[in-house]
Design a protein around this ligand. Structure first.
Ligand code: NCD
Length: 308
């Protein structure tokens, strides 16, 4: 058996058995919930801190819900009203909060590597979970995307998955690539403007295809990404109408994919920029399923790092 995780900062180099254990546990929790179990008490008496230095709707709420459903107490640290706005340094914030006896810190930060910095400086006994750092990793999103695909298409070795849009600035794309590669997906294709693609040597095993019609041809799942303007130089900003016509997912393009192709997006979606409204809301859209799976994946991760 692969060893139990103390922290979760990235999916890179995580053994396949660990990823599968987390997905299996998330699935079991989803089944239990479907049969009426709303609350478990495996984390009663434990305290979880949501430490978000960047905005978030889905991730923060679902971590909070996940922790509460497992019986933990949750503190939401609101950066706008905190001493961070008075210039307190990250590690001083960490030690101040730790003095209140936390068991886990869920952190989102604009700087890549912040979760590892916290792991390095945190008191022993405190677990760190990455909820997104810079453009580097968003491990629970990678897991929930893998779970959503697995639910419909467990035959990863036959699958072609396209990730399209602003991949260069996307921590989601990186964690998706790590998860899907480890789980044995047959082919991963990246599509987007050259200025928004990763360096070719970052993922030598994935295909880079500039033409979206070609990239989506025969695909079993397509993961669309938002233009993450907050991480872009203004010179990299494409014209939005031109962008939609070249890289937007509309019904015509979706028809080029394999029958039943799963349409996915981590959110927030920008309708009419990377995805047409009727596709986002259409029969093949799995976007809200992803959100639902996010709660179960985060329950599984909290259970993994915190259960005694
Ligand atoms: C993503 C993120 O924050 O990285 N959102 C999310 O967590 N669901 C993607 C994004 O912001 O575009």
């Amino acid at each position: 058996m692969s060893p139990r995780l103390r922290h979760l900062t990235t999916l890179e180099n995580l053994p396949r058995a660990t990823i599968e254990r987390l997905l299996d546990r998330a699935e079991a929790l989803r089944d239990a919930c479907a049969h009426g179990t709303r609350k478990l008490d495996v984390l009663t008496g434990r305290t979880v801190l949501n430490l978000f230095f960047e905005p978030s709707t889905r991730t923060r709420t679902s971590f909070e819900l996940a922790a509460r459903r497992l019986g933990a107490d949750v503190i939401n640290f609101d950066i706008g009203f905190s001493s961070t706005s008075k210039g307190e340094e990250l590690l001083d914030t960490l030690h101040t909060l730790e003095a209140m006896h936390l068991d886990a810190i869920i952190v989102r930060h604009k700087h890549s590597g912040t979760p590892e910095e916290l792991v390095h400086h945190a008191m022993s006994g405190v677990s760190v979970i990455n909820a997104g750092d810079g453009n580097r990793a968003h491990p629970t999103q990678g897991l929930l995307d893998a779970l959503t695909i697995r639910q419909h298409r467990p035959d990863f070795e036959n699958l072609t998955v396209v990730i399209s849009g602003d991949i260069r600035h996307s921590r989601v794309a990186r964690s998706d690539i790590h998860a899907l590669t480890t789980l044995g997906v047959k082919e991963i294709r990246l599509c987007g403007p050259a200025s928004l693609m990763p360096e070719p040597d970052e993922f030598p095993h994935v295909l880079h295809i500039d033409d979206f019609d070609q990239a989506i041809g025969g695909a079993d799942a397509v993961i669309m990404l938002r233009l993450q303007k907050e991480r872009m130089a203004s010179t990299d900003l494409p014209d939005e109408a031109a962008y939609f016509s070249r890289y937007g997912l509309d019904q015509r393009r979706l028809a080029l994919a394999a029958k039943g192709c799963l349409v996915m997006h981590p959110g927030p979606i920008n309708r009419g920029i990377e995805i047409a409204s009727d596709v986002a809301d259409g029969a093949q859209s799995r976007i809200l399923e992803q959100v639902g799976n996010g709660v179960f994946v985060r329950m599984a991760v909290l259970n993994e790092v915190l259960a005694r």
